[in-house]
Design a protein around this ligand. Structure first.
Ligand code: ATP
Length: 342
């Protein structure tokens, strides 16, 4: 049986239907990421699971127990927020042990749990410090430590890294992945950053306008997006989606196709006059390990190409583009997937 089961979950804010009948099953030990553009409802969905918002319809089952109407404190979940929400007058150890002390857990047990969490999170040298004497990354680790000591059934993370700078975000992301491997705890993680979603998740749930667009492993979403929205949300730079007329040879793969999607790495530069597409270079981004070449086609579409080698091309140069036709995605006028060539 599923560990956490959401059935027909609904949420209204006034007349606005923010969450539209979500069905989702999460297994024990899974790392599930909710991702989607701003306002799609991912934080609301997490808060409904946490019990911080009341559901207006549907049900939530956790480990065989109906938690739909249970107060947050009785759900056996721990949430880590973007704002770390640490108590400023308490030391790291006191912050981490707060919930256990409140629950009157034995002192020796608390000390042991805090020591273990601090060890996992590399916080042992900081246990007696106040939050103000810590870096942003260390504070975020304390907030995670506070969740770990409670050994909850599910960890809930709401954009925990968005206050950190890029380098620290990358580093903390790796730590969260390691932590999940060590603890094997069921985790739900909300982010608008699709790279975080791809690198952390066992399964990604892509949300839009309060509904699920697709659920799958990161590479399933990348290779077999269910529609144009998912195709262009997952992957940077995003998938090129052009009118079928740009790539007429793709038409044979599906009737009713209106648009063709092709990832930047499925395109290859060739000499002007060769390849399936005639184009002109608009911009070259040399990133070192890879090069992004932005082009506009003779028919007027903007496309981007990714290659692992460098280029001497410059803006204005005429080029040809070879398309790997075994990696095309065909969409109808509504953006629904009709066929994927693989
Ligand atoms: P972001 O990445 O910007 O945080 P999100 O996907 O987490 O976005 P939510 O915060 O879940 O989005 O919001 C979903 C929708 O519900 C939005 O349209 C938002 O304006 C609305 N909403 C969220 N909380 C409330 C509230 N307390 N009252 C009224 N509307 C709300």
């Amino acid at each position: 049986m599923a560990f956490l089961q959401l059935s027909g979950v609904e949420k209204f804010f006034g007349t606005h239907r923010a969450i539209k009948g979500i069905d989702l099953t999460i297994e024990q030990g899974e790392f599930v990421v909710f991702v989607g553009p701003s306002g799609c409802g991912k934080s609301t969905l997490l808060r409904l699971i946490a019990g911080l918002e009341a559901v207006d319809g549907g049900s939530l089952m956790l480990d065989g127990r109906d938690i739909t109407r249970l107060p947050s404190a009785q759900r056996d979940l721990a949430m880590v927020f973007q704002s770390y929400a640490l108590y400023p007058h308490m030391t790291v150890a006191e912050n981490m042990s707060f919930a256990l002390r409140l629950a009157k857990v034995d002192k020796a047990v608390i000390a042991q749990k805090v020591a273990r969490a601090a060890e996992i999170l590399n916080l042992t040298p900081y246990l007696e410090r106040l939050p103000k004497a810590l870096s942003g990354g260390q504070r975020q680790r304390v907030a995670i430590g506070r969740a770990i000591v409670r050994a909850p059934k599910v960890f809930l993370f709401d954009e925990p890294l968005s206050n950190l700078d890029a380098a620290l975000r990358g580093q903390t992301r790796v730590e969260i992945a390691k932590l999940h491997r060590e603890l094997g705890a069921t985790t739900i993680y909300v982010t608008h950053d699709q790279v975080e979603a791809m690198t952390l998740a066992d399964r990604v749930v892509v949300l839009r306008d309060g509904a699920i667009e697709q659920v799958g492993s990161p590479l399933q979403l990348y290779d077999q997006p269910a529609n144009r929205f998912v195709a262009q949300f997952i992957g940077t730079p995003q998938m090129n989606v052009v009118e079928l007329a740009e790539l007429p040879m793709a038409a044979a793969q599906a009737r009713n196709a209106a648009f063709v999607g092709v990832r930047p790495e499925a395109l290859r530069l060739t000499d002007a006059g060769r390849g399936q597409i005639a184009a002109q270079v608009e911009l070259v981004e040399a990133l070192g390990a890879e090069t992004l070449v932005y082009l506009h086609t003779q028919r007027g579409a903007q496309i981007v190409l990714r290659q692992n080698s460098r280029t001497s091309l410059a803006a204005g140069d005429a080029v040809g583009v070879d398309v790997d036709v075994s990696h095309l995605h065909l969409f109808d006028t509504e953006g629904r997937l009709l066929a994927t060539a693989h």
